[in-house]
Ligand binder design. Structure first.
Ligand SMILES: Nc1ncnc2c1ncn2[C@@H]1O[C@H](COP(=O)(O)OP(=O)(O)O)[C@@H](O)[C@H]1O
Ligand SMILES: [Mg+2]
Length: 606
C-alpha cells in the first residue's frame, strides 16, 4: 500500500512510473505485476497455499508410480502383505492429495476474496478523492464496471491462476521426468501427441482470448447502458421513449448473448479434439507399451503407470492454456483499474496544508478565472469581499456562474487564475476537511441519501440528538411535512429521493445545513422549488439563524434577496453591478431589468 500510493503521487521510486508508456500494448505485464503488491500483505496465506499445492502435486505424481510398484513388485510376486502395504500407501496418497488440493483451493479462494476487498476499497477510496472535474467526464457505467468486473477478473487470476499455474507446471514436468526415467523409449513415443496438443491449445486460447475480450467489452457496454437507463428512467417515461430505450438495450443485450455463444461454441469445438488426442495417447501406450512388455523390455506395471500418466498430462496443458486467457483478461482489467487508481487527485491537501480553525467567515475572491472546459470561462476575473457576519446575495441569469462560485468556495474545483480566500487564507493552503466541515452549503441540486429522514438531516453532525434534529427541521420549516409522513423522522428516503418532492428535498438539505450551525452559510437557490409562502417563512427563520454568521445567498427569485446587506449581480462570468436592492433599482442595469421582468411575470401569473 505504501509504495502504491507513492506511485500515485509520482514519487521518485514509483513502481508505476512509466506505466502510461505501456498502456497501448496488447498485453500489459507491468499492470499485472503492479497487482502483485496487493497480494503482498497475504504472503503467508499464499505460502501455505503453495505448500499445499506442492503436496497435492506430489500425490498426483506418486499415485501411478505406487500402482506400478504394486503390480510389478507385489501382484506379480503374489505378495499379499506387500499389496496391503501398497494399498495403504495409495490410500494415504489419494486422501492426502485430495485434502491438500481442497485446502489449497480454500486458501486461494480466501486470498482472492481478501485481495478483492482491498482492491475495491482502494478503488472506492480513490473515487471519493477524485476531483469533481473527473466526474464531469466519467460515465458511471464504466466506473461500475471497474468496481465489479475488472476487479473480479483479477480475483480469478489469483485463485485459479498463480497457484494453479505453478502446480500444473510442476505436475507436467514431473510426469515427463518420471516417464523418461521409467522408459525413455515409451515416453518419447507417448510425447508425440504433445506438440499437436500445444498447437491445438495455442490456437484455441488465441481465439478464446479474442472472444473473451469481446464478451467482456459487451458486458461493459451493457452495464453502462443499464446504469444510464436506470438513471434516466423518468426522463425516458416522460418522453414516452420506453420502446426506443428497450430497443437499444435489446440490441446490446443480444450482442452480449452472441458474443457469449460464440465463446461457448469455440469451447465445444475444442473439447472433442482434446478427448480424441487423449485417446490416441492411450492407444500409443497400449500398442507400443504392449509390444515392449511382450518383448520383456518394460514391465506390465510400467505400461499401466504410463496409461495413468498420459491421461494426466492433458489436464495441466489445458489448464495452462486457459490460464493464458485468464492472465490476459486479468492484465486488461488490471490496466483499467490502475488507470483509474492513477488518475491524479488534483484537489488534495497541499503538503503543508493546515486546518482552518475557528472560522470567522470572511470571504474574498481575487480576480478569479475559472473554466470547466477549455476556452469557455465560467468566471472571468471575479473579485469581491464579504466581511464576517455580512449577508451578500449573488444574483444573475441562469448560467452566469453563480453556482460555480459556491463550488470554488468549497474547493470542488481549483481556480485557473486568481485566489479564493476564506478568513484571508487561500483555500488551497488549508485542509479540505476543515474547510468543508465549517462551511454550510445548501446546494442547488438537493442531495439525499437512501437513509431515514433523521439520518439525512444529521449527516453533517452524526452526534446531534433527536431534539436538535427536530429543531433544525422546525427552523427549515420542514417539520410540518415530515410529521405528516407515515413514519415521521424514521421515514426511509428512497434512492434518488423519489418519494419526496423537490421542494421537500430542499427543505431537508436546509435543515441539514442549519443543524451544523456553520459560520459561513452558502445557499444556492436553496428555496427555489418551495412555494412562496413557505419561502417567506424560511426567510424569517433564516434571519434569526444567520445572525452573526456570514451568508452568501444565491438566488434567482429577486424578491427573496431584498433584505441582504449587498447584492452582487453576475452576468456571463463577470460582476456587472453591486449594491443594495434600492441602489441597484435606481440604475438602469441588469438587476433592474431582471427585477422588472420578474415583477411583470408575477403580476401576469397572479
Ligand atoms: N460541470 C460542468 N461542466 C461543464 N460546464 C459547466 C459545469 N457546470 C456549469 N457549467 C457551465 O458553467 C457556466 C456557469 O454555470 P453555473 O455556475 O452553474 O451557473 P448558474 O449557477 O449561475 O446558473 C454555464 O455556462 C454552465 O453551462
Ligand atoms: Mg446555479
Amino acid at each position: 500500500m505504501g509504495f502504491m500510493s507513492a506511485g500515485l503521487q509520482g514519487g521518485p521510486h514509483s513502481l508505476l512510473r512509466g506505466y502510461g508508456e505501456h498502456e497501448r500494448q496488447g498485453f500489459n505485464w507491468w499492470a499485472l505485476l503492479s497487482v502483485a503488491q496487493f497480494v503482498l500483505p497475504y504472503r503467508r496465506m499464499l505460502a501455505l497455499a503453495v505448500a499445499l499445492m506442492l503436496v497435492a502435486a506430489a500425490a498426483q505424481l506418486a499415485g501411478p508410480y505406487v500402482i506400478k510398484v504394486a503390480i510389478d513388485g507385489f501382484i506379480a510376486q503374489h505378495d499379499v502383505r506387500g499389496l496391503i502395504g501398497a494399498s495403504l500407501a495409495l490410500l494415504a496418497i489419494f486422501a492426502g492429495g485430495a485434502y491438500a488440493s481442497a485446502g489449497q483451493a480454500l486458501l486461494t479462494g480466501r486470498l482472492g476474496q481478501a485481495v478483492l476487498r482491498d482492491l475495491r476499497s482502494r478503488l472506492f477510496a480513490h473515487m471519493q478523492r477524485l476531483p469533481m472535474a473527473y466526474y464531469d467526464r466519467a460515465d458511471s457505467g464504466r466506473l461500475i464496471s471497474h468496481m465489479v468486473s475488472d476487479v473480479s477478473v483479477i480475483n480469478e487470476l489469483l485463485t485459479s491462476g498463480i497457484v494453479a499455474l505453478s502446480g500444473d507446471l510442476i505436475i507436467l514436468l514431473g510426469i515427463i521426468g518420471i516417464m523418461l526415467a521409467m522408459s525413455a523409449r515409451l515416453a518419447l513415443l507417448s510425447f508425440m501427441v504433445i506438440p499437436v496438443m500445444i498447437l491445438l491449445t495455442a490456437w484455441f486460447s488465441h481465439a478464446a482470448a479474442r472472444m473473451y475480450r469481446r464478451t467482456r467489452q459487451k458486458v461493459g457496454v451493457m452495464i453502462g447502458r443499464l446504469a444510464e437507463d436506470l438513471a434516466t428512467v423518468r426522463v425516458i417515461r416522460a418522453f414516452a421513449k420506453e420502446g426506443e430505450a428497450s430497443g437499444h438495450f435489446e440490441h446490446t443485450n443480444r450482442e452480449n448473448r452472441d458474443a457469449n455463444i460464440a465463446a461457448i461454441s469455440l469451447a465445444f469445438a475444442f473439447r472433442p479434439a482434446v478427448d480424441l488426442l487423449a485417446a490416441i495417447a492411450s492407444l500409443i501406450v497400449i500398442w507400443f507399451g504392449g509390444r515392449f512388455a511382450a518383448a520383456g523390455a518394460v514391465s506390465v506395471g510400467t505400461v499401466v503407470a504410463f496409461l495413468s500418466y498420459v491421461s494426466r498430462f492433458f489436464a495441466p496443458i489445458q489448464e495452462l492454456s486457459q490460464l493464458f486467457t485468464t492472465v490476459q483478461s486479468a492484465a486488461a482489467g488490471a490496466e483499467r483499474i490502475l488507470g483509474l487508481l492513477q488518475t491524479p487527485v488534483t484537489i488534495a491537501d497541499a503538503p503543508r496544508a493546515v486546518p482552518l480553525e475557528g472560522l470567522q467567515g470572511e470571504v474574498e475572491l481575487r480576480d478569479v478565472w475559472f473554466s470547466y472546459a477549455q476556452d469557455k470561462p465560467a468566471l472571468r476575473g471575479v473579485s469581491f469581499h464579504v466581511a464576517p457576519g455580512e449577508k451578500v446575495a449573488i444574483v444573475g441569469p441562469t448560467g452566469a456562474g453563480k453556482s460555480t462560485i459556491a463550488k470554488l468556495l468549497l474547493r470542488y474545483y481549483d481556480v485557473d487564475e486568481g485566489q479564493v480566500l476564506i478568513d484571508g487564507r487561500d483555500v488551497r493552503e488549508v485542509t479540505l476537511q476543515s474547510l468543508r466541515r465549517q462551511v454550510g452549503v445548501v446546494p442547488q441540486e438537493p442531495f439525499l441519501f437512501a437513509a431515514t429522514i433523521r439520518d439525512n438531516i444529521r449527516f453533517g453532525r452524526p452526534e446531534a440528538s433527536d431534539e436538535e434534529v427536530r429543531e433544525a427541521a422546525r427552523l427549515a420549516r420542514a417539520d410540518a411535512f415530515i410529521e405528516r409522513l407515515p413514519h415521521g423522522y424514521d421515514t426511509w428516503v428512497q434512492e434518488g429521493a423519489v418519494n419526496l418532492s423537490l421542494g421537500q428535498r430542499q427543505l431537508l438539505c436546509l435543515a441539514r445545513a442549519i443543524l451544523c450551525r456553520p459560520k459561513l452559510v452558502i445557499l444556492d437557490e436553496a428555496t427555489s422549488s418551495v412555494d412562496t409562502q413557505t419561502e417567506r417563512l424560511i426567510q424569517e427563520a433564516l434571519r434569526v439563524l444567520l445572525q452573526g454568521r456570514t451568508a452568501i445567498v444565491i438566488a434567482h427569485r429577486l424578491a427573496t434577496v431584498r433584505e441582504v446587506d449587498r447584492i452582487i449581480v453576475l452576468d456571463r462570468g463577470r460582476i456587472v453591478e453591486e449594491g443594495t436592492h434600492a441602489e441597484l433599482l435606481r440604475r438602469p442595469g441588469v438587476y433592474r431589468r431582471l427585477y422588472e421582468a420578474q415583477m411583470a411575470s408575477a403580476a401576469a401569473a397572479g
